[in-house]
Design a binder for this molecule. Structure first.
Ligand SMILES: Cc1ncc(COP(=O)(O)O)c(C=O)c1O
Length: 412
């Protein structure tokens, strides 16, 4: 990416308007390749399923496809989008799979991880209508993510995760699928945790291996540990105590390569990274419109919004840089507030801003690649454009939304 300074951002702002996202595709490619190398240096059979839900900007997904990733999708919309983008290899997860999309995915040979009994019934029905067809599916295992101290590591402090089949259910499901001639080619163990700790993958892998051995899942081609990893942190985030890609590869592969069933079957290890490859790939640039002081508090108003950079409205300040036309000495403390006319539209709280900042300057917020663009519907403002920046070349990969776009799916 070109050196980013006031003049550079000002040029992009004149061309595309503000606010806008900046996408750095080479960082994304680098993240994927680094994650791959961490595994491939120990074991040759690896599939990376890029988690669409994290950010499905087509230009980004094209890079994942070029890097050899499968699309990992969790809904009909994501499935259709992946196929439209051109992915031949799709991993279809998620709790709701209506029969038409499920049957389409079966016809197209996608890797489908079933989550619930109603899907098993649909697949059995499909097989009975297509007795001559080789039907192969995957199953999601409900993982007990309780650590040695009895603490649940499931995301948001939940006591249990709700996805997949319990082991007890699988003891009925697996024999009934096998009896109908349906092959089980994938086992999925994704379990989201809040701490993204390496040890969680020990729990996941052990439970998956034990199930594979017990039920002799010898047709398995995809040993899918899911996503939920840490990585791709934007500069400015303290990563000193955070895991690296190789830490995850070590724990997963060390356990697998010691296991008798695994060494006999040698399936692909599947990882489904989202945040951990895309967080630092996007930044968000908005323009400062005014500075204000009210009851001793200073505010900078921008045409950006918190809903575009952290739609979950968490309270952490994201890494950021102010770009001012006129530099000067000193800073003061202010809140950066957004354009939506909502009091809670606070993008940065109590941060140091250059003393010379004024109308026409810019602020860039980093690390906004994950769960932002996909979670940002039209709200008060037109949806922002995305500019892909590669060296000196820039490409508009999404234009700004227009009134016609907003009206397109309403019947008036
Ligand atoms: C099945 C599945 N795979 C992969 C991911 C990606 O997780 P993350 O973005 O935390 O890496 C998720 C996210 O919830 C998921 O549900």
């Amino acid at each position: 990416m070109e050196q980013i300074d006031f003049n550079y951002l000002d040029r992009l702002a004149q061309k595309y308007g503000t606010p806008f996202y900046m996408m750095d595709g080479s960082t994304y490619m680098h993240n994927i390749e680094s994650f791959k190398s961490a595994f491939l240096s120990k074991y040759p059979n690896l599939v990376v399923g890029y988690s669409f839900k994290t950010n499905y900007v087509p230009a980004l997904c094209n890079i994942a496809m070029a890097a050899g990733c499968y699309a990992e999708v969790v809904s009909e919309m994501e499935y259709d989008l992946a196929r439209r983008i051109g992915f031949k290899n799709v991993i279809f997860n998620g709790p709701i799979k209506r029969e038409p999309i499920l049957y389409k995915a079966l016809n197209e040979g996608s890797v489908i991880n079933l989550d619930s009994l109603y899907e098993v019934e649909s697949v059995l029905k499909y097989k009975s209508k297509n007795p001559g067809r080789d039907v192969a599916i995957g199953l999601r295992l409900n993982i007990d993510l309780t650590d040695a101290d009895g603490v649940s590591k499931v995301q948001c402090g939940l006591r249990v995760g709700r996805f997949g089949f319990t082991r007890k259910l699988l003891s009925d499901v697996i024999p009934s699928l096998k009896k109908s001639g349906i092959r089980i080619i994938s086992l999925h163990g994704h379990t989201s945790s809040s701490d993204r700790a390496v040890a969680n993958y020990g729990l996941i892998v052990k439970q998956m291996l034990s199930l594979c051995s017990e039920f002799q899942l010898d047709d398995l081609q995809y040993f899918d540990v899911g996503g939920g990893f840490f990585g791709a942190a934007a500069k400015g985030i303290d990563v000193s105590n955070k895991p690296e890609y190789s830490d995850y590869a070590d724990i997963i592969l060390d356990l697998c390569l010691q296991n008798e069933w695994f060494n006999k079957v040698l399936p692909n290890i599947v990882i489904e990274p989202g945040v951990s490859v895309v967080a630092n790939v996007f930044s968000y640039v908005s323009r400062i419109f005014q500075t204000k002081e009210i009851a001793g508090q200073k505010f900078l108003s921008t045409d950006g919004t918190v809903f575009d950079v952290k739609p979950t409205l968490h309270s952490n300040n994201l890494p950021h840089t102010f770009f001012v036309k006129e530099s000067g000495d000193g800073t003061y403390v202010a809140n950066l507030v957004g354009s939506t006319c909502m009091e809670k539209d606070v993008i940065l709280s109590d941060v140091c801003v250059p003393s010379t900042i004024k109308n026409g300057d810019y602020v860039k917020i980093d690390g906004v690649g994950a769960y932002t663009i996909v979670l940002t519907p039209t709200f008060i403002n037109y949806v922002s454009p995305i500019v892909s920046v590669e060296g000196k070349k820039e490409t508009l990969v999404r234009r700004r939304q227009t009134l016609d776009d907003v009206m397109a799916f309403y019947n008036i």
